[in-house]
Design a protein around this ligand. Sequence first.
Ligand code: SF4
Length: 374
Amino acid sequence: MHLYIHIPFCRQACHYCDFHFSTNTKNKRAIVEAIAKEIVLRKDYLDSNNIETIYFGGGTPSLLDTSELDLLLNTIYSNFTVNPTAEITLEANPDDLDPQKLVQLKNAGINRLSIGIQSFHEPHLKFLNRVHDAYEAGSCVKIAQDAGINNISIDLIYAIPAPDHSILNLDMQKAFDLDVSHISAYCLTIEPQTAFGSWLKKKKIKPIDEEFAAQQFEILIAGLSEKGYEQYEISNFARNAQYSNHNSAYWKQRPYLGVGPSAHSYNRVSREYNISNNAQYLSAIQQNTIPSTIEILSAADQTNEYLLTGLRTKWGCELSTLEQLSGYQFQERNRAEISEMAQKGWLYTDNGTILLTRAGKLFADRLASELFID
Ligand code: SF4
């Protein structure tokens, strides 16, 4: 099984972010204790007790101090069997990573870092309202490598408004120089409940230029591929098969338990959504209640989710899994759509698996939705 832990605190709000977090850290210790309690309350959520991956996401998990991280990891180790080779990832922001912190993280058992660099260009970092500066963006990876953590992923954001593609090219070059094994590249999107969303409404900023975004995505795919990074999911690139095992489990519809405010869980039958409110989460857990809503998934829901996530990956969607999920002979049912997409060079089937071509991946979500069932 796979375990996700949501740490709902950040130093400041990035202008584009609509994840669940609070910049008021007054209750950080109390929330961490509540998450530890939730781990115990939900230890039987899945049939399996064996943990293959642990992922500290957020928010900003690198805000946890040593005792908070130890409390969570000790609770996990006392209630589950953690595979000795388990991938244990922590999302970190560059401004939190100094040599001492890195040694603490390594000693605690963190063996993979996902660092939110986003850009190495100072004006872009300011535009996004990131806490870190360009120097920290460049130095944090080296500090982590020196501390002996070599399984490092960095996040980059593309389609940040710019006169041309030169800054993206510089960002890519800096990323290559750092010699990281994994890069996640996300398109800047403007969500309604964010500072950018409110500025867009007031016409203080322009919408993201879709043509510019598509060009930047193509530049990224070509540049990363030339340097040996395999695009194993639309937004994720890895060298030497150093994939994110945790995220790959989501895309392959593997069951997982998510704890903490706003975390989701999936057990093949339903999805469960924890409340996205720190105070209400805390009060419910203190009364031994899990503050969540449950959505029972129909066979069609599960099939469509698998199409949406699977087609974004290099593993595609297995026809046998589709049949298992919904009982449908998928290829028969979607024969017309599949053959039309194949003719356009967007999709192909290989060895009982539906896969998208590089061209098809540019609009994977739309192609998946055309294959959905009711
Ligand atoms: S992008 Fe990350 S650091 Fe910024 S507000 Fe969102 S969760 Fe916090």
